[in-house]
Design a protein around this ligand. Sequence first.
Ligand SMILES: Cc1ncc(COP(=O)(O)O)c(C=O)c1O
Length: 413
Amino acid sequence: MASYLDGVPMSGIIRIRDMMYSVANPFRLDQGDVSFDSPGSVKSAMARAIAENKTHYLQTTGVPRLRELIAAKLRDKNRIPVDDPEDVLVTHGGIHGLYLICRALLEPGDEVLIPDPEWPPAAGNILAAQGVPVGCPLHESKGWRYDLDELESKITPKTRILYLNSPHNPTGGVLTRSDIDRLAAIARERKLWVISDEAYEDVVFEGEHVSIASLPGMYARTIPLYTLSKSYAMTGLRLGYVAIRDETIRERAKKLLFYTASNVASIVQFGGIGALEGPQDCIEEFRTELRARRDLFYEGIAEAAGGVFSGKRPAGAFYAFLRIREGGRESEMWGADSRPPDSWRMVEYLIENGRIGAVPGVDFGARGEGYVRFCFARDRKELNGALESMKQLFHVTPAVDPHGLTGNKVAVE
Ligand SMILES: Cc1ncc(COP(=O)(O)O)c(C=O)c1O
C-alpha cells in the first residue's frame, strides 16, 4: 500500500490558513496571494467563453491557441528555444505542474537538490514521487543565494535533479546571471535534470530574471515551470504550464495530466488566452505597486515591532522573511526563560493576539527556524492594519495584553 505517503508532511501553510478562517477581520499576510483583481482581459475572455458555451472537454494538454501563445511567450520573453507548441502542457496551476514533473522524472530513491529554506510543495511533491529532497542552504548573508561550491558538494551518485526557484519563496532571493551560468555548467557536467520554478519571474525588484533553459543546450535538460497566479492575479483560477522538450518525459507527464485532471477547466484556459493576448501593462503595474508595498512594510515594521524582526528588503517575490530577535525584552512575553520563541510560537502569538497571519520559518525547512514569513502582496490598508496591530502587540498595551503582562513594561522605544 502507499504507506510512503504517510511520511509526506502536510504544509503548515494549510494549518495556518485553517486557523485564519476562525479569526474575525484578519490580516492575511500568511498565504502568497496578491490582493489585485485579475485583469479585465481575463475576466471578459472567461465571460465570453461562458456565453459561447465553451464548457466541454478539451484537449488534455491545453487548447491549441493557449499553447501557441505560451510557446511564443517562452521564446520571446524567456528566450527558451521552444520551437513547437507541442512541448507545452497546460496545468492546474504551478503546483500541479510540479507534481507532474516530479512523477515523470523520478525513480524511488532519486535525490533532488532543493533550496533550504524552500516552499513546502517542492519537498512534498518530491517525496510523493518517492524521491529524496536534499536541502542545500541559501545564505542570508549572500542575499539568500547559494554558495555554489557547497551546492556541488551535495551532489551524490543518486542526485538526478536540481530544483531551482528564483525569485525565491520564501526568502525573495534572486539568483544572478553568473549563478545561473555556473548552475547550468554543473547540470551539464553532472548530467542532472533541472526543474526551474519561475512562478515569480515578473516580481524582480533588483537584478534580472534569467531562465536557465535559455542557456545553450539547457532546454534539453530543463523543465521550466510557470503559473499565471502571480503575474496575472489568477491564484484561485488555477492555471500554470510547463514546457518539456524530451518526448518520453513529455508523454509520461501527459498521461499524468490526463489521469489527474483530464484537462484544465475550459473557462480558465480561455481566461489564460485573454491574459496572454491582452495588454501586458498589469505586470509592470503589479510590480511597481508590490515594490511600494515592500517598502511600506519594511519601513513600517522597523517601528511597529520595535526591532523584534530584522532582515533586508528582498530582491524579488513578495515575502518578508524576517529573523526573530534573540533574547530581546519582548521574550518576557513568552515565559520565564529568555530563549527566543520558536517560529511557531511567534506565529501563533501573532494570529491569536494580533489577527496577523504569517508562516513560521521552520515550515520552509530546518534553516527557516528563527524566521517568520509575511506576504506583503496585500493591499496597503491591510498592511497598515497589520502594522498597527503589531505596534500594539509589541508595546503590550492593556487592550491586547494576552498574557496579563501589563506592567511588565515590555515596551519598545
Ligand atoms: C515557488 C512557487 N512555485 C510555484 C507556485 C505555484 O503557484 P500556483 O499553484 O498558484 O500556480 C508557488 C505558489 O505560491 C510558489 O510559491
